[in-house]
Design a protein around this ligand. Structure first.
Ligand SMILES: [Zn+2]
Length: 231
């Protein structure tokens, strides 16, 4: 038996919360594509569609792509056959109007409401995780002093170069990113409201986080018509 309900997942979480890992695991589990807005935009640009070309030229000039274009690209992406069992979106909606539009889009297509997952991790934990990153200046390999340390402290396993902290991983830069994230995402989570947002403690081990999310999905989508066994 496999999962048979259509699952539409929206994944929110701050930088460093492990969202990418969870997105991949969830996609696998529910047999749905994990769609990040970045990839979706690049694909659309490459395909040379009208929306893609517009988005491309705006991004190349360093501008922010407007809601209409983003909504259009999402609409065309989720109409593809690989989304028939549902899909996971990472990085969308980014604004309340986008969230409103997305609700209408799902309604139009006769799809269920999205399951909104908020991977919550305290700032101090994120700062500790993210400031633990080191990079080899020569081969660019990334290490993490907490989770993936080099064999010899401070030096690259492959070429022995001294490891450096990237500019992006300085504490002040990370705190700014975390602040920007909560400014952006807070209003969206508020708009969905506490009844529709499933907050999962992202500080647990990755497989515990995955289990908690699965549980939330099962509860949120109601009892499925067939017994569920995850493979
Ligand atoms: Zn190296």
């Amino acid at each position: 038996m496999v999962w048979e309900a259509v699952v539409i997942l929206l994944l929110f979480g701050p930088p460093g919360c492990g969202k990418g890992t969870q997105a991949t695991a969830l996609a696998d589990k529910f047999r749905i594509p994990a769609i990040s807005t970045g990839e979706m935009f690049r694909a659309e640009c490459k395909a040379g569609t009208e929306l893609g070309m517009k988005a491309c030229s705006i991004m190349q000039s360093g501008g922010l792509v407007g809601d209409d274009i983003v909504n259009g690209i999402v609409a065309s992406r989720i109409a593809r056959p690989d989304c028939r069992n549902g899909f996971l979106l990472d990085g969308y909606p980014r604004t309340v109007p986008q969230a409103q539009n997305f609700g209408l889009l799902l309604e139009e297509r006769g799809l269920p409401e999205p399951v909104v997952i908020h991977l919550d991790v305290r700032d101090s934990v994120l700062v500790a995780r993210l400031t633990s990153r080191r990079q080899c200046p020569k081969c660019l390999k990334i290490y993490n002093l907490q989770s993936q340390p080099p064999r010899i402290a401070g030096y690259c396993d492959d070429d022995g170069s001294g490891l450096l902290t990237r500019e992006d991983d300085q504490e002040s830069v990370i705190r700014d990113r975390l602040h920007a994230y909560s400014q952006l995402t807070g209003p969206i989570l508020d708009w969905y409201g506490p009844k529709r947002v499933w907050t999962v403690d992202g500080a647990q081990a990755p497989d515990e986080v995955a289990r908690a999310i699965e549980q939330a999905v099962i509860e949120a989508t109601g009892k499925p018509s067939v017994p569920v066994t995850f493979r």
